[in-house]
Design a protein around this ligand. Structure first.
Ligand code: ARG
Length: 439
């Protein structure tokens, strides 16, 4: 396939080098953005008089036809091309003849590729935001349907009574921040690099405001060298996605624990579980384990791009071509993980009785017993000490705190009265003070 740059070369490229240099298999995903950017560029070249009206029209029509043919499946993204830009230009020239060769006036693949990538990412980000919102709705629905009391944990040890609703909504809030991070990344990257050309702009008096505007960017980038070599936005997305995956991994870990035979707080649906080839009784939470596992892959994508960019001299370097693999893999991984987790949560069952049992077994009202004594004038530190001894006693007697008689309570402090039972009732605890928010 004819290259975009053969003129100054006397020898053919080594076949291995050609293969090594080609990014088409990866960057063909940018074809729609490459065409959109090219149409905007052609419109601008026409507007400023670099292309004649009819030339601009023919080029744009050619590009639109390529787009249509790809959508209809009449043109396959296949062939021996260096990259998606070569594919697009080759097809344009094939369709409209040598007029197609004028499209690359006042443009380099360096500003072209980063423009494509930004257009692509803006679209991908809105897909991810939609998926996060879907997951949030599923979480909220499940939370509202299951307002039951449960044991909240710290150090994975039963700590205090909470509600399943409040527990699940913690993840809703995390996802809210994930959305904000992604929107912020899009806001920062919303500058158009087109017209920076290779690194130094162009002697043509092009209209960068115009291309920025019709491509939906807020403004053109200010500095040409920075414009073509900036991949901060890719790193930012990867770091947003890494944090998002960390959240998905944490919820997965919780659900793996909560669905285990030892806990049985929740039951995962068969649809999102798998079996063992040897142990017939097994129902494994593979969906969640895979999400947890894939978080590591997304972190790897972030670290690989950080390492790729570190130490690159200004401006564009071919190392940057490696950005796409990391980005595409991370985006695809996050999208499927969001969908899978949505399905897991939508179909899981919450086991109210098991949640309650863990509350009763866990001395989860010990803090409230201390609060009770504080209300009677005992300093908190002393109250803490007294309740610690009550728990030791309960452990020895294999009783929960509310099963103690008033006489037993009084052995530990004379301040205990009949109203202690009401004060440490789990349902009433949740109705008191700011804990009301959990109901
Ligand atoms: N395929 C390249 C990339 O993805 C864009 C082409 C830039 N090539 C060049 N020789 N300057 O970064």
């Amino acid at each position: 396939m004819k290259k975009l740059w053969g003129g100054r070369f006397e020898k053919e490229e080594n076949p291995l080098m050609k293969k090594f240099n080609s990014s088409f298999e990866i960057d063909k995903r940018l074809i729609f953005d490459d065409i959109e950017g090219s149409i905007a560029h052609a419109k601008m070249l026409t507007k400023v008089g670099i292309l004649k009206e009819d030339e601009g029209e023919k080029i744009i029509k050619g590009l639109e036809e390529i787009l249509e043919d790809i959508k209809l499946g009449n043109l396959e993204l296949k062939g021996d091309f260096e990259d998606v830009h070569s594919f697009m230009e080759f097809n344009l020239i094939q369709r409209i003849g040598s007029l197609g060769k004028k499209l690359h006036t006042a443009r380099s693949r360096n500003d072209q590729v980063v423009t494509d990538l930004k257009l692509f990412l803006k679209r991908e980000c809105s897909i991810i935001i939609e998926k996060i919102q879907c997951l949030q709705q599923t979480i909220e629905k499940k939370a509202l349907e299951n307002p039951y009391i449960m044991a909240g944990f710290t150090h994975l040890q039963p700590a205090q009574v909470i509600t399943f609703k409040q527990y699940l909504m913690a993840y809703f809030n995390m996802l809210e921040r994930d959305k904000k991070r992604i929107l912020n990344t899009v806001d920062i990257m919303d500058e158009c690099p087109l017209g920076c050309c290779a690194l130094a702009g162009t002697t043509y008096d092009i209209d960068r405001e115009f291309t920025a505007k019709i491509l939906g960017f807020k403004r053109p980038v200010e500095n040409f060298l920075d414009g073509v070599s900036d991949r901060d936005f890719a790193l930012e997305i990867l770091s947003d996605l890494s944090i998002l995956m960390m959240h998905l991994s944490r919820i997965s870990e919780d659900f793996i624990i909560y669905s285990s035979c030892q806990f049985k707080f929740i039951t995962l649906d068969d649809e999102f579980s798998t079996g063992s080839s040897i142990m017939p009784q097994k129902k494994n939470p593979d969906s969640l384990e895979l999400i947890r596992g894939k978080a590591g892959k997304v972190y790897g994508n972030l670290l690989s791009l950080l390492a790729t960019l570190k130490g690159l001299p200004l401006a564009y370097n071919k190392d940057m071509q490696e950005d796409k693999e990391a980005l595409f893999e991370a985006l695809d991984t996050v999208k499927i993980c969001l969908d899978i987790l949505d399905g897991v949560i939508r179909t899981l069952k919450v086991n109210k009785d098991k949640l309650l049992k863990a509350v009763e077994d866990g001395y989860l009202n010990a803090t409230e017993v201390a609060d009770y004594l504080v209300n009677k004038g005992v300093p908190f530190r002393d109250a803490h000490e007294i309740v610690g001894r009550i728990v030791l006693y309960c452990e020895a007697k294999e009783k929960s705190i509310n099963e103690l008689s008033l006489e037993e309570f009084k052995v530990f402090s004379i301040f205990f009265e009949e109203d202690i039972y009401d004060f440490i009732d789990y349902y009433k605890i949740l109705k008191r003070g700011i804990k009301k928010n959990m109901l």
